[in-house]
Design a protein around this ligand. Structure first.
Ligand SMILES: Nc1ncnc2c1ncn2[C@@H]1O[C@H](COP(=O)(O)OP(=O)(O)OP(=O)(O)O)[C@@H](O)[C@H]1O
Ligand SMILES: O=C(O)C[C@@H](O)[C@H](O)C(=O)CO
Length: 333
């Protein structure tokens, strides 16, 4: 089992921190973006997606972020309000910064990519002035996304939020969320990721993302070695995702868990990580054992990758329960 203490008397369950952007998902599938004629607009940004997913499952989330002072910024805030997400700590930029755009390309169900426009984006202008200690101390958990560490002043805002969270015994969940195009070089990336990850209680990432974080080590680590490294800091749970092969989770008490995947009709692969994370985190809030939380994450991911969007596609508990009841399991391969 794991040792996470959520302070149950606090009004907010989970505060997301970081990227609020717009996904523009290709309407014409199975072709390169050069041939795409139209896109559908959705709210995007990994931390936004995870927060929306948590709200869809019935948690009470908040968000610390910054949006552009235009129609896109207002679209994002209105959408979050529609999911009963507290938006009181989403600041509006006044420097003419823009909303990040994530154009998605669906060449085939297995060959999807994301073209991200990230210059002068409002989300990376989040500053320490936008981070409220009172807001954070009223939450059970804080969820941070690694990409928010990519540039100042967002970087410092995240570290301040981390400090407040640790001071007030707020559980910190770190989704590595490594997006190379947002960073200047690998060494800088790993430096900041390590400084943040060392303070977190739960770390979720793919094997490649952990390899990036651990690049200063003498040699590449196995999943077990990765877990034990982060247990030597503050981690209670380490989750390592392996795409269609499933996921592995480790707890500080030496136990490990594996989860296979659910068979699904894949339309696009992106969104798997965010939907997995939101449902896994929901499971932690229910104090489920890790295998059950991982299974919930896998089911949520299987639903979302069969749909066109990420945020809009985030399922409710009923949708996940119905899906699981009908789906066939593919054990870990
Ligand atoms: N093809 C698939 N079929 C069924 N389930 C899948 C598939 N791909 C991923 N999943 C599920 O989603 C989870 C997360 O996927 P993955 O390991 O690709 O994370 P990620 O790289 O963070 O995702 P994303 O593509 O959203 O960035 C997996 O552990 C698995 O449970
Ligand atoms: O995180 C991003 O900026 C891209 C997301 O908006 C997109 O939905 C995705 O890749 C989800 O994993």
């Amino acid at each position: 089992m794991y040792n996470l203490e959520f302070k149950e008397d606090r009004p907010l369950d989970l505060i997301g921190v970081g990227r609020l952007c717009i996904d523009l998902n290709a309407d014409q599938f199975n072709r390169p973006m050069e041939e795409t004629k139209s896109f559908t607009k959705y709210v995007g940004g990994s931390p936004a997606n995870i927060t929306i997913g948590a709200a869809r499952l019935g948690l009470k989330p908040g968000f610390i972020g910054k949006v552009s002072d235009d129609q896109m910024g207002r679209f994002i805030v209105d959408y979050l309000k529609g999911d009963n997400i507290d938006t009181t700590n989403i600041a509006v930029d006044h420097t003419r910064a823009v909303t990040g755009l994530a154009f998605t390309e669906i060449k085939s169900p297995e060959d999807c990519s994301i073209l991200m426009y990230r210059d002068n984006v409002a989300d990376l202008k989040l500053s320490t002035d936008d981070v409220s200690e009172d807001y954070i101390k009223n939450a059970k958990a804080l969820h941070i996304s690694g990409t928010a560490l990519a540039a100042s002043p967002s970087r410092e805002a995240v570290f301040l939020a981390l400090e407040y969270a640790r001071k007030h015994e707020v559980v910190v969940i770190f989704d590595i969320d490594y997006r190379p195009y947002t960073w200047n070089n690998d060494k800088e990336t790993a430096t900041y990721y390590n400084l943040a990850a060392e303070k977190c209680d739960v770390i979720i990432g793919t094997r490649d993302e952990f390899d990036m974080m651990e690049q200063f080590e003498k040699e590449k680590k196995t999943d077990e070695e990765t877990a034990s490294k982060w247990f030597s800091h503050n981690a209670e749970i380490v989750v390592i995702k392996h795409g269609s092969k499933g996921s592995f989770a480790y707890t500080k008490d030496g136990n490990s868990h594996t989860s296979g995947t659910f068979k699904t009709k894949v339309l696009k692969t992106f969104g798997a990580g965010d939907s997995y994370a939101s449902a896994f985190i929901y499971g932690l809030f229910q104090h489920w054992d890790l295998s059950k939380a991982m299974e919930y994450g896998s089911a949520s991911a299987a639903i979302v990758i069969s749909r066109h969007s990420c945020s809009d596609a985030m399922p409710t508990t009923k949708e996940i329960d119905d899906f699981k009841a009908k789906a066939e399991r593919q054990e870990i391969s």
